[in-house]
Ligand binder design. Structure first.
Ligand code: FES
Length: 107
């Protein structure tokens, strides 16, 4: 148990190319394994608030399933409109055989 962190899943349950979504104290966080590197972004498209997960993942990019905005999973930056504002990114830790994340915006 890590204080203030939300357990995502066992680390061997998040394989390269996969993602998991967790509710971290009210924030929907999508945690990705991109070729062995873990990245977490808020599961919210800044265009119109849709969920990003379910959209196509292409390399380091995810495409919003609603109107096609693309975000960089590593940085949250917008790669393609109609979104203009980055989505939030969050820290990821591997500990006790599990993947953990947290919303650190309000620390
Ligand atoms: S809600 Fe994502 S592109 Fe419109």
């Amino acid at each position: 148990m890590m204080d203030g962190w939300t357990r995502v899943c066992a680390s061997d349950e998040l394989l390269p190319g996969e993602y998991r979504v967790v509710d971290a104290d009210g924030t929907a966080i999508a945690v990705f394994n991109l070729d062995g590197d873990y990245h977490a972004i808020e599961d919210v498209c800044t265009h119109d608030g849709g969920e990003l997960t379910g959209g196509i993942v292409d390399g380091h990019a995810i495409e919003c399933p609603r109107h096609g905005a693309r975000f960089d999973i590593r940085t949250g930056e917008v790669l393609c409109p109609p979104a203009w504002t980055p989505t939030a990114t969050f820290p990821v830790r591997i500990a006790d055989g599990a993947v953990w994340t947290r919303d650190d915006r309000w620390d």
